[in-house]
Write a protein that binds this ligand. Structure first.
Ligand SMILES: Cc1ncc(COP(=O)(O)O)c(C=O)c1O
Length: 376
């Protein structure tokens, strides 16, 4: 008996076709979100026909044998190299995106320093407020500077009032709206100045975690600068058909939360039980195809094109700027007419375009013309 009815009705097939056309059309105006659309994973399509699941810890074994744990370990090692996480402390896993990585970092921080206060800037990604509520952590929002970077005077003032409590600082390397980088060295010196010995620094490097390793003069951002964990998105700079990311943490902190689970024969160290086995494969493939040289070329291209964009906007009377090592071009919020044609992210009075590898100078010229010709 055939238990699998595998035909699709004509109208359903048409619906799929329409969806594909809609997505392809919208890709042409996709300039405001930090996802690289330049990728080709067609060589991996055969894996879509299998039930792949990376349940459990990537550095352990699992009873579920259709997994890509070996590839996941390679991906984690690659990112650990970029973030200069020492080998003897090296641990991490492939997440479903930046949000999960940040939630995990805060979870480890809370388990490491129970009762600590979390300090995070008002420019922190919106999901962090939710993570703090989920984890029931006490927190203080720190004011920002105009660039989007944390206001260190406000951090100093807040730390000085709560010197008796351990501190968890949630720093951002590449803020969502302006691509600003919170200064890890500065944060460390403030913690030292306040004599707060029990501290933990988590870094949200969703986008810029793949930019900092490839620029000439990166701001302090990684384990070498004294951080404890970091989350980096995979679908952003590398690009992927589905959201993904990596969280890296010090092994001895992770061991605090690890539990052995007999049912799956795995060590439960991650947030989800069943985990995507395809995304580690996509990331592995992207890393192998591009290599360090390829990523460097991509970053150079984005920086050069961002420079071009700032000049083009300014030459046409639109005040635009970007932060150091940033590929986010910030400018006054454009008119509704422009917003209806371009996928530009806006917040209060500003809008931004993120110069990813798929963005061309011709697209920027076209956008500038549209803004100039449609001021209201
Ligand atoms: C700074 C920052 N952190 C976290 C996130 C969330 O990442 P994800 O969408 O991968 O969950 C974003 C998304 O844009 C972001 O810009």
């Amino acid at each position: 008996m055939d238990i699998y009815n595998n035909t699709l009705a004509t109208e359903d097939r048409k619906k799929l076709q329409e969806l594909l056309s809609r997505i392809e059309k919208y890709e042409k105006s996709f300039v405001g979100y930090p996802c690289n659309l330049f990728f080709d994973y067609s060589e991996l399509f055969p894996f879509m026909g299998h039930s792949i699941n990376n349940v459990g810890d990537p550095f352990n074994t699992s009873n579920y044998k259709m997994n890509t744990l070996e590839f996941e370990r390679e991906v984690v090692r690659f990112f650990a190299g970029l973030a200069e996480l020492p080998e003897d402390e090296m641990w991490g896993y492939v997440t479903n995106g930046g949000t999960e990585g940040n939630l995990y970092g805060l979870f480890l921080a809370r388990e490491t320093l129970p009762g600590a206060l979390v300090y995070y800037s008002e420019d922190t990604h919106y999901s962090v407020g939710k993570a703090l509520r989920l984890l029931n952590m006490r927190s203080i929002m720190i004011r920002h500077q105009e660039s989007g970077e944390m206001d260190y005077e406000d951090l100093r003032a807040s730390l000085s009032i709560h010197r008796d409590a351990p501190a968890i600082v949630f720093a951002t390397v590449g803020t969502t709206m302006t691509g600003a980088v919170d200064n890890i060295s500065k944060i460390h010196s403030l913690l030292d100045e306040m004599l707060i010995e029990k501290h933990y620094i988590h870094v949200d490097a969703a986008l810029s975690g793949m930019i900092m390793p490839f620029v000439e003069e990166p701001q302090p951002w990684n384990f070498k600068s004294g951080i404890d964990s970091i989350a980096i998105s995979g679908h952003k700079f590398i690009g992927s058909p589905m959201p993904c990311g990596v969280v890296l943490a010090k092994k001895h902190n992770m061991e605090r939360v690890a539990r052995a689970i007999e049912y799956v024969g795995a060590l439960d160290t991650t947030l989800s039980g069943s985990r995507n086995g395809l995304t580690p494969l996509f990331l592995w493939y992207g890393i192998k195809r591009h290599g360090m040289d390829g990523f460097k070329r991509m970053v150079d291209y984005c920086m050069k094109t961002a420079e071009y964009a700032v000049k083009k906007f300014n030459d046409n009377g639109i005040k635009a700027w970007r932060n150091k090592n940033g590929n986010t071009l910030v400018f006054p919020k454009p008119s509704q007419a422009v917003l209806s044609r371009w996928q530009i992210a806006v917040y209060k009075k500003i809008g931004h375009v993120i110069i990813m590898p798929h963005i061309t100078e011709a697209q920027i010229d076209c956008l500038v013309n549209d803004i100039v010709n449609n001021p209201n």
